[in-house]
Design a protein around this ligand. Structure first.
Ligand SMILES: Cc1cc2nc3c(=O)[nH]c(=O)nc-3n(C[C@H](O)[C@H](O)[C@H](O)COP(=O)(O)OP(=O)(O)OC[C@H]3O[C@@H](n4cnc5c(N)ncnc54)[C@H](O)[C@@H]3O)c2cc1C
Length: 442
């Protein structure tokens, strides 16, 4: 083992959604030694600050609720939103994995339920699964990381950023990890890049996402796209680098988000010019961000009422916004009008429901919302089993990528992002890669 500080079978770069799932699945093979190198759990992963909503079509939870759905229908919805038919094989592989990994997560003791009350634009069936307490991704990641403790053949190494790949004779043979200020060379049969995307890197955002303006950044600081610079010299290709997971539900001055289900419960948007400017139900939160970017002051007032509040308040997003004081309460139309800088008559007209929608009644709630960037969606091209491909479409031996490191499911534009795509890419590809490695077919 000359020149090496240690040796493993599988080196996973990043201990977030994709990395932990890869390790859990690969470790079922007791003959494999797996190491997860995590930059810093203190800085955190996007999965842990996410809502933890898991999109899956055709689960037993849906069946029990009488919801008809399937992986095929899920894939078709994603592709209808993204228009990215070239990516169909990857999308179909992930959607096929989704019911399996969601049910498996539940079988490990995590309290999963179908979010029948979580409608989202572009989703033809209720498909978001969540924890029963609606506590979000932090709870889920704590649960999954704790499961790693049950495997003697996995090491989760924290405060251990990977700073590069070891490449010998054109082959990836390991990773370089920083530990306690020293570089360690870790030999690995297989390297899995699960270090997320680049939305936390101002340089890469300027290079690829400058058209998004100056959004609030709502992701973790660790998402700096480290792996991108390592794979390009190997001939890997990047794709859809101009797409992001955006949110048009970020509360101005607070950075918290309000529930995407509010528009489906009658909430209306009014801009600073006193105009309704969009059919609130028709847009996903990622594409709503682009619409808000084009409004005066890049913001609008989102207004809802007690009925809408009751239907949405049990979510980590609403709890955080309410705790932060990001929501203003107005017992009467007059108070709401004063907040908007409009007359009561104008405000009444502005609240008029679109055809077929419910009418809001006092008391009202208001949050000024703007656009934010949560994560990048462009990344490394892989095949449906997660192998990183070179420009000719051939797999680069021993190298895999998943989650935000890989090309996502939104297509070329942020508008194509469908709710749940992020964790689907991450857990789904971790599931596929880890299963393949455990079976020796990876
Ligand atoms: C606020 C918010 C809400 C969201 N809500 C949802 C949702 O409800 N549903 C959904 O599907 N998606 C959601 N997403 C998107 C989802 O969180 C991401 O798509 C997903 O977490 C990506 O998984 P990942 O494993 O690639 O990255 P992460 O979960 O971010 O994990 C990557 C890990 O890699 C580590 N890392 C980075 N660089 C290195 C390095 N050089 N060496 C070692 N380790 C490294 C990081 O520290 C991190 O722990 C949300 C995102 C945000 C920001």
């Amino acid at each position: 083992m000359s020149g090496w500080d240690s040796e493993v079978d599988v080196a996973v770069v990043g201990g977030g959604a994709c990395g932990v799932m890869t390790a859990l699945r690969a470790a079922r093979n007791p003959g494999l030694v797996v190491a997860v190198f995590e930059k810093s759990t203190r800085d955190g992963c996007n999965a842990a600050i996410s809502s933890g909503s898991l999109a899956a079509g055709g689960t037993r939870f849906q069946a029990a609720a009488g919801i008809e759905d399937s992986p095929r229908r899920h894939a078709d919805d994603i592709l209808a939103a993204s228009g990215d038919e070239e990516w169909r094989p990857v999308v179909e592989a992930l959607c096929a994995a989704a019911p399996e990994f969601v049910e498996w997560i539940a079988d490990t003791g995590y309290p999963v339920e179908i979010g029948a009350d979580m409608p989202r634009a572009g989703m033809s069936a209720p498909r978001l699964h969540t924890d029963t307490g609606r506590l979000g991704g932090g709870r889920l990641m704590r649960h999954l990381r704790a499961l790693l403790d049950g495997h003697d053949n996995v090491a989760f190494v924290d405060e251990a950023p990977v700073v590069g790949l070891v490449v010998e004779g054109g082959e990836v043979t390991g990773v370089v990890v920083m530990q306690n200020g020293a570089a360690q060379r870790v030999r690995a049969q297989t390297v899995v890049l699960a270090s997320d995307g680049f939305a936390g890197s101002p340089t890469l955002v300027e290079e690829h996402l400058s058209h998004l303006g100056a959004p609030f950044y709502g992701g973790v600081s660790s998402a700096t796209g480290d792996a991108l610079a390592w794979v390009l010299p190997l001939g890997a290709r990047l794709r859809n680098m101009g797409a992001g997971l955006r949110s048009g539900l970020v509360v101005v001055g607070h950075g918290t988000r309000v529930s995407p289900a509010l528009p489906f419960n009658g909430a209306v948007l009014v801009n600073l010019a006193g105009e309704r400017f969009v059919d609130e139900e028709s847009k996903g939160y990622s594409s709503m961000a682009g619409i808000l970017q084009g409004q005066p002051g890049e913001r609008a007032a989102l207004i809802w009422d007690a009925t809408a509040m009751a239907a949405t308040r049990e979510s980590e997003m609403m709890r955080e916004s309410l705790a932060a004081g990001a929501v203003r309460d107005h017992p009467s139309l007059e108070g709401l009008a004063a907040d908007l800088g409009r007359t009561a008559e104008e405000t009444e007209r502005l609240l008029a429901p679109l055809p077929g929608r419910r009418a809001l009644t006092a008391p009202y709630h208001l949050a000024w919302v703007t656009h934010g960037l949560l994560a990048s969606q462009g990344g490394v091209v892989t095949d449906p089993s997660g192998r990183v491909l070179d420009a000719s479409g051939a797999p680069i031996p021993r190298l895999y990528a998943g989650g935000g490191t890989a090309c996502g499911l939104a297509g070329p534009h942020s508008d194509g992002y469908l709710s749940g795509n992020g964790l689907l890419s991450a857990f789904g590809m971790g599931w596929i890669i880890g299963n393949g490695l455990a079976a020796g077919t990876g």
